[in-house]
Every structure is written in structure tokens, then in C-alpha cells.
Write a protein that binds this ligand. Sequence first.
Ligand code: C5P
Length: 208
Amino acid sequence: MIPVIAIDGPAASGKGTLARRIAAHYGLRHLDTGLTYRAVAHALVATGKPLDDEAEAVAAAERLDLSAMDRTVLAAHAVGEAASKVAVMPAVRRALVERQRRFAETPPGAVLDGRDIGTVVCPDATAKLYVTASPEVRAKRRYHEILAGGGVADEAAILADIQKRDARDMGRADSPLRPAIDAHLLDTSDMTIETAFQAARAKIDRAL
Ligand code: C5P
């Protein structure tokens, strides 16, 4: 069986960093599924289409080249906000989930990170992790990331945005963010990246 590691969690929980580390360690491919929603949102904005244009969003999802998503362009805060609006449309989710499943089923196996990987995209994943941290810790991490990149930021505004995005991602009708029943919970509030990686590795080693 092809190994699939599902990693879910809220914005800025550290799941992306952890997913990349895990993929490198086990020699698996990695897909940041948040980038797929970001790419669809960005395609709409770039062509002047409203974010609730479902037909255009589905077309963008079907056209999307998973191997050519521009992480730098898509990382912008506004794109993340737009992505969470696009992500409430069931037809868009269906189109992207199909692409994500195909990625997961391709040898040698994959690590996928997002919001609904363990619950919807790969319910039979080999191992599932739900990575979280308190909203305050996540806001502080994002704030320091922006400063380290030479930018300016307002920590209180970041916290408010994170709370708004959590509410949208957890409250939507289709595939809301929640831990799969069989996911290992990893609260990284008081962990370094290294500690979180070692904790994740212990869970995955047992499942492989
Ligand atoms: O993880 P990231 O911040 O890049 O995700 C952007 C948005 O895409 C999330 O806020 C969420 O609304 C949506 N998303 C999703 N399902 C996924 C991954 C991301 O709904 N599997």
C-alpha cells in the first residue's frame, strides 16, 4: 500500500513546516493543499472575477498545474483570506479534492497538509496528525515571520485575522476544519519545530 500522511490544522499552526520535514525524512512527495485553494483565488482576482464566481473557480481548479504553483506570490496574506472564501464552494472543493487524491495515490506516496485531508481527501491515510496551537501563539509566530522577512506587521490585527479565518474554516458546511476521529493531536504551542517533528515521527513510525 502507498503510504499517505495526512496533516490538518488551522492557519499558522506550523503544519506546513512539519509536513515538509516529514516528506523529506520519509522520502515522500508533498502537497500543500492550501496552495491549491490560494491558486484558484489568485486566478479569480487576477482576471477581475468575483470570489464567489463558482463556474470560473471550478474552471481554474481543473486547469491548475499542481507542480507550478508559485509559493511566493500565493503566500500573501490577502490571498489566504481570499482562499478561505473560495473554499466554501462545494463544487470548487470537489474539483480540488479530486486533484489532491490523484496526487496522494501516486507512488512513492505523499504527505498532504490542509484542513480536510484526514476527514475527506484521504480518510484511509496511513497516519493522521492534527496540528494546532493557541491563536495567540500562532499570531506571534506569523508576526515574527513577517518581521524576519523585513516587513511590518501589527500583532493584534494578525490575531484578529487568524480568529476570523478559524471561524470561517471551522464553521463552513462543506468539509469544516476538525480533527479526524483517528488523528493524533499535536499541540505545538510550547514546542519547537524539532520537538514537534520528533513527536510526529514517533506517531508515524508506529503506523508505517
Ligand atoms: O493553509 P492555507 O492558509 O494556505 O489555506 C488557505 C485557505 O484554504 C484556508 O483558510 C482554507 O479556507 C482553505 N483550505 C481548505 N482546505 C484545505 C486547505 C486549505 O479549505 N485542505
